[in-house]
Design a protein around this ligand. Sequence first.
Ligand SMILES: Cc1ncc(COP(=O)(O)O)c(C=O)c1O
Length: 267
Amino acid sequence: MLGAMADVFKFSVDGEILEPGEAFLPLPDDGLLRGDGVFEVARIYGGRPFALGPHFDRMKKSAAAIGLELERGLLESDAGRLISSVEPCDCLVRIIQTRSGRRILSLEELPAHTPTITLASVRYSPTLILNGVKSLSYAANMQATRLAKEAGADEALFVRPDGVVLEPPTSSIFWATREGQLRTPALEAGVLDSITRRKIVERLEVEEGEFQFEDLLGATEAFLASTTREAHPVSRIDEYELPKVDGEQTRAAAEAFAQALAADIGD
Ligand SMILES: Cc1ncc(COP(=O)(O)O)c(C=O)c1O
């Protein structure tokens, strides 16, 4: 089955800026042949990248975790040149370094998100040696989304075989208990150190831990957090309809994120 491709409108390959039809990758490269490499996706607001430093820091950690030396300086200058090669956009910059050392960056349209989202749980065991690593091996994440769609939901939610809630394939999850406590899975549970999650945890009172799926199924409201979603209200998880959609805790998280954004790039 051929999959949907991200809507790319400009590439940079090893520092050369290229149109989509002009960008090619010499083979062999284990980045493609084995998904061996690392990546990041950062958001650009009106031509200004948000939290690019933290994205490169995380990329460096991911690279170190798989024994790859990140060409950070070159990638940073590639990103600067690529972003300034187009009119200021509200878009995404994807940054990849493969095992062969290829530097591939793309500018992409923002994905279209519906105002609220439904989730289907998918059983998943984090691969211990790639825990918290944004490697190019994302086929399991993409397959989980397809499984969720087959089950009639918009997106998947990874739940460990022992019932502990993890995260959707490309975002973090938060929920509010009936007592009003905001919760999110701890990084140690086996989730990515999401930069959006970090901004919310820094600004709101959030309990981090290993929580059972049943706890989430008693939540009053829930939302996803990610670079592309910011704080995205969840309306249903499997058969459970959330009593509140875009409730006060979701709006507080959206506001906390807006403050982080304003502090980073200005209004
Ligand atoms: C597995 C996973 N979790 C969470 C996130 C959200 O991270 P961020 O907020 O840094 O975009 C991502 C981003 O793609 C991800 O791949």
